[in-house]
Design a protein around this ligand. Sequence first.
Ligand code: PAF
Length: 282
Amino acid sequence: MHNIKVITTTTEMQEYSDRMRNLGKTVAFVPTMGFLHEGHLSLIKEGRKLGDNLVVSIFVNPSQFSPGEDFESYPRDFDKDFELLQKESVDVIFYPDKNDLYRDGFQTYVELKNLPKHLCGISRPIFFRGVATIVIKLFNIVRPHIAIFGSKDYQQLAVIRRMVRDLNFDIKIVGFPTVREPDGLAMSSRNTYLTPEQRINALSLYKSLKQSKKLVESGSKDAKKIIDAAYTLIKSYPETVIDYIAICDPETLDDMETVDRPALMALAVNVGKTRLIDNMIL
Ligand code: PAF
């Protein structure tokens, strides 16, 4: 059985990474909030290929949840995660305590100027500040050469790439394609909240993306018309409340009116009480 190390303190994590770096080893890193699914495992498998040492963090980060969001009820199952990570031959699980990461008097946050003004940042105003802050902290603690993120959270990946460039972090950011269930639903820890009926309705996100891609392939260029068709499709499924559907520039996330070059279509939909996101390049 692979011997996996669980590190719970920031000091021990930094010391471990420094030791590995001094030995000339490449440290690959996959940050997660746990409750791992196939999507995470694909990032972890990629990390296994890219680094001599693979660190996976499990930390449900309070600063990226607004009051009233699901921080308390976010699914957690460390024992199951541990088992899965052991099978993937991960070297280290970094499993810190909230009070170690956010010590008394904590008051320093990382904020991006423009990227969070789009898409999820509109209805989740502190989300990207929380993500940017925890990811920078984890980078300083885990000190990786390479970090791997999923593309389902496209805006998060864009924020992290921008921040790494802007703040001169010497870390290679790898974006990995979205992993889907056989019927197309993007994998997410939050899918476990869905009832069997909601699970069917949740498929409307993927269906609307596929419909939009087809429209573009058959010559449609008018973003508003494509978005309207996606609204109609999703609204025909019960229990769906659309937060946003956008067609935008894949780098700046600024809205596009005409799809005359590769465009990102991104959407967030509440299915019952569960907020789901998905995206596709058109
Ligand atoms: O994508 C996630 O799971 C989280 O946002 C991350 C990157 C681990 C930061 O808490």
